[in-house]
Design a protein around this ligand. Structure first.
Ligand SMILES: Cc1cc2nc3c(=O)[nH]c(=O)nc-3n(C[C@H](O)[C@H](O)[C@H](O)COP(=O)(O)OP(=O)(O)OC[C@H]3O[C@@H](n4cnc5c(N)ncnc54)[C@H](O)[C@@H]3O)c2cc1C
Length: 450
């Protein structure tokens, strides 16, 4: 029996469904998908990271007597070329975003596909209400899954040791330049393995629940990118955290966060239109002024915490969770810009970009989602920065021009602008005015829906 093992977002050899379920003769492959790559800029940091991870996977596969054929093409072309080579099927892990679903439907017409839920702990159909419909709110969904998150260890999949490598041209490996990209400098934590990150996190997990919101504290696991590309399976991450000898409360809190990732995948699966539409069906009259959106993207809104977060994001491709909440609230509420624009902008740069988490989180911030904040709860960016960056350490590390400004001024509206010698943009909108405008508009939209 001949099978193709198509590695996509599961770039690992431990706890791998495809290496577990494969039967006999295998051709492991990775495709640098031209349909995706052609839309990215030449300096996309994620491609450097994926490229390194694919070469590493090839090395690991070789260490267990296998190898990895690497293509730079479209999946359709690759499988058309393999169609008459006698393969029984293709094994791969499943993805539920629109592009992935259409791609897999197309490929299944060429060679049958067998998919596995290997990037998430649960399959979205594993957790339904008594009447068979999906949950829309996180807490009851999570409670329903207590039999999973309460357990000490999830089953990990061992490797079939008897696989035989099909002979193929494994030597041809395109360079990053041949793929059309320039090597990028990556943030430090991406040079580390998932195991190393978990070891470092183990030293600080006891403060996770309290410290995780302070963006100058580096108190979170930074595992999101590794989870995104499957350098560690979520089951293995779960088991490793459960095994730590630290207090249960913080561990439980971390596991709960992991299930937010599950929940958003669940929502995208059951409500696929949420990729394109307001999930709660309201019709908001968004602000179409493009210059306002551009100022947000460039970090020139005149609100120090927003500008620092966005400029840091543009430089590194990373953003702390609390900052993501603040900038998404500011864009969708204070600036009243459609969440889809923010979602697309994050998607274009975020190293840990995960369609389901990103779409779900943006809809949450915009109060248009499944389990949303009420529309009248709007973050005040100045109160947020005063609370979570009291000494303005993070803000000053990015906005060097504010290095001599008192933190109190940075945390008050127009405080920085009151210093006429500073070259700092004026605020696009006043916080109070824009807050009221958003509440009025969301109230109208919600009333008209009901
Ligand atoms: C507007 C917005 C957009 C976001 N877009 C993404 C995205 O594209 N990809 C992504 O992985 N996360 C996204 N998040 C969630 C969250 O910001 C990141 O998962 C987190 O910052 C990653 O850092 P960490 O690994 O140190 O997290 P930790 O605090 O260490 O959490 C551990 C893991 O749990 C998961 N997780 C934690 N919080 C969330 C959450 N709120 N939603 C979903 N999963 C969560 C992640 O996989 C994370 O790695 C978004 C949040 C917001 C508000």
């Amino acid at each position: 029996m001949k099978q193709i093992l198509w590695f996509r977002r599961d770039l690992r050899i431990t706890d791998s469904a495809i290496l577990h379920f494969a039967k006999d003769e295998v051709l492991p492959i990775f495709i640098f998908d031209k349909n995706i790559l052609n839309k990215l800029s030449r300096d996309d940091k994620r491609v450097t990271f994926i490229y390194q991870s694919v070469l590493n996977l090839k090395k690991e596969l070789k260490s267990i007597g296998l190898d990895l054929a690497i293509f730079h093409s479209s999946p359709k072309e690759v499988f058309e070329s393999l169609k008459n080579e006698g393969f029984e099927n293709i094994l791969c892990s499943i993805d539920f975003d629109d592009y992935a679903k259409k791609r897999d439907e197309q490929i299944a017409q060429i060679i049958p596909i067998q998919t596995f839920t290997d990037s998430f702990i649960t399959h979205p159909n594993d957790c339904l209400k008594a009447d068979g419909t999906p949950y829309k709110v996180f807490t009851p969904y999570y409670k329903n899954l207590s039999f999973i998150w309460d357990s000490h260890k999830l089953i990990e999949l061992d490797r079939n040791e008897n696989l035989k490598l099909i002979s193929f041209d494994y030597e041809k490996v395109p360079t990053l330049e041949e793929l059309g990209f320039k090597a990028q400098k990556l943030v430090d934590f991406l040079q580390k393995s998932a195991d190393e990150l978990i070891k470092e996190f183990a030293l600080k997990i006891d403060n996770y629940k309290v410290d995780r919101d302070f963006f100058d504290k580096n108190a979170t696991s930074t595992l999101a990118v590794h989870l995104r590309f499957g350098l560690i399976s979520p089951r293995e991450a779960f088991n490793k955290i459960k095994k730590l000898r630290s207090g249960t409360e913080n561990k439980e809190f971390f596991i709960r966060e992991l299930f937010w990732r599950e929940f958003y995948n669940y929502i995208l699966y059951h409500f696929p239109r949420s990729e394109f539409e307001n999930l709660n069906g309201i019709n908001v009259n968004w602000n179409e002024d493009e210059t306002v959106f551009q100022k947000w993207c460039e970090g020139k809104t005149g609100v120090p915490i927003i500008d620092a977060a966005m400029r840091h994001f543009n430089q590194t491709g990373t953003m702390h969770n609390r900052l993501r909440m603040i900038v998404s609230s500011y864009l969708t509420k204070n600036l009243l810009v459609n969440w889809k624009k923010g979602e697309r902008y994050f998607a274009s740069k975020l190293l840990d970009y995960e369609a389901s988490s990103n779409i779900g989180s943006w809809q949450w911030a915009a109060s248009t989602g499944a389990d949303s904040v009420p529309y009248f709860r709007i973050f005040n960016p100045y109160l947020q920065s005063a609370k979570f960056d009291k000494e303005a350490v993070f803000i000053k590390s990015v906005l060097k021009e504010l290095k001599d400004v008192e933190p109190k001024k940075i945390h008050s509206e127009n405080g920085v602008q009151s210093n006429i010698f500073l070259d700092y943009p004026s605020q696009i909108v006043s916080i109070e005015f824009s807050r009221k405008r958003a509440i009025d508009e969301f109230k109208r939209a919600n009333n008209e829906k009901n």
